[in-house]
Write a protein that binds this ligand. Structure first.
Ligand code: PLP
Length: 397
């Protein structure tokens, strides 16, 4: 496909659920010159990033490891530190991203037990318990759970998962992927009994792609110590160092770290409670519009249970005969609104609206208007009054 040659005035609205809109303060922080490796300011930036992530994750004691990588790299870090050759993990089905993580684990020599994914629904806790109870020899090292599956737009209940695991008496670690949820939905590593968390920079953390991280508690570090898998770049044992060159297994990704430092600063300046309330409201505004569109019969919510629909992204089903990629292309090329398509099994069946990170009401309304205009041009049978419903929800606070 050839790139558009004309100039599009104004700015494009980025409503992919990652990469998400990056605030100017973060872009400017990243535009600074790199430092020499002995500059104390580098140490201050690293400390601010590690401390900020700990505060955001709500953990006192976990070790935080930051990598020049993406979400797949953060998965790789967790797999290589926790899963030895032939060791087993349980991956509860959440859709495209649980399957991706499971496949990567298998590719690295691990064994994976999966629970079935029921489309439109969160993790099946009864199936998790059944799988853990069936593992009388306690071969399952960890449960790898995706908090918000960005493809389905469904968020699973992590405290309920922890309670379900505990009720079986199984000692497996709980490892949670917060790539799509951190900064957009409540999360509390210590209080929720999560042993390992992993995430990436390009979604709720308001940064460009390029950083991944993992946080591991003492139980997870003990598993890491015993794990015989050969590893180097990802190795938490080597990265547990006060020297930045060892902490990052080489030169730290300085400008990306400066960006994340700035983004965390913005997050705490706004206040965690306010950030989460804003995400709740933005999601409600989008949901109000989708509910109206759905009345026409062609569109609908993919997430079947209202309370489990994510505050980061809304996945919208499209009836057969109505092409989500056509909606997406028209929205981007004619109305300057970039939305996302379906992934994996949802390819060609849905489109997705991201409403996470550095997002406010006019951005969400602009996005909804661009999508509505695209739907009208394409002539799909959509209910009317979506924008009105969105504004009404917004006005009610
Ligand atoms: C929940 C989740 N986990 C993992 C990933 C993989 O991240 P990346 O694309 O940065 O490798 C993504 C990407 O969107 C994701 O949404």
């Amino acid at each position: 496909m050839t790139a558009p040659t004309t100039r599009d005035p104004g700015r494009q609205f980025l409503h992919s659920p990652g990469p998400s809109h990056v605030p100017l303060e973060v872009m400017q922080a990243m535009a600074r010159q790199p430092m020499d490796m002995a500059d104390p300011r580098l140490g201050q930036t690293i400390a601010a990033v590690e401390g900020g992530l700990r505060r955001l994750l709500q953990t006192e004691a976990a070790d935080v490891f930051v990598y020049a990588t993406n979400g797949h790299g953060a998965w790789e870090a967790v797999i290589s530190n926790l899963v030895g050759p032939g060791h087993c993990v349980l991956v509860p089905g959440t859709g495209h991203f649980s399957e991706g993580w499971a496949e990567q684990t298998e590719a690295m020599g691990g064994r994976v037990i999966r629970t079935a994914w029921v489309e439109g629904h969160p993790i099946d806790l009864a199936a998790v318990q059944q799988a853990l109870r069936a593992d009388a020899a306690h071969e399952i090292v960890a449960v790898f759970a995706v908090h918000t599956d960005t493809a389905s737009g469904v968020t699973s209940d992590v405290p309920a998962l922890r309670a379900a695991i505990d009720a079986t008496g199984h000692p497996a670690l709980l490892v949670v992927d917060v790539v799509a949820s951190l900064g957009a939905a409540p999360f509390s590593m210590d209080a929720w009994g999560v042993n390992v968390v992993l995430g990436a920079s390009q979604k709720g953390l308001m940064c460009p792609p390029g950083l991944g991280f993992a946080a591991a508690d003492s139980r997870a570090m003990a598993v890491c110590e015993r794990n015989p898998l050969p590893r180097y770049y990802w190795d938490w044992r080597l990265r547990k160092s006060e020297f930045s060159y060892r902490k990052f297994c080489g030169t730290p990704p300085q400008n990306a770290l400066m960006g994340l430092e700035a983004a965390l600063g913005l997050f705490f300046q706004e206040g965690p409670g306010q950030v989460l309330a804003r995400h709740r409201l933005m999601a409600d505004v989008v949901h109000a519009a989708v509910a109206r569109w759905s009345e026409g019969g062609a569109l609908g919510f993919f997430g079947q249970v209202g309370a489990t629909r994510s505050t980061s992204v809304t996945t919208i089903t499209v009836a057969a005969g109505f092409d989500p990629e056509a909606i997406r292309t028209l929205a981007r090329e004619r109305f300057q609104v970039a939305i996302a398509g379906g992934l994996g099994p949802l390819s060609g069946r849905v489109f997705r609206i991201g409403h996470l990170g550095d997002m406010n009401a006019p951005m969400v309304l602009g996005c909804l208007a661009g999508v509505e205009a695209s739907l009208r041009v394409l002539g799909g049978p959509c209910g009317s009054g979506a924008l009105e419903a969105a504004i009404t929800r917004l006005a009610s606070g």
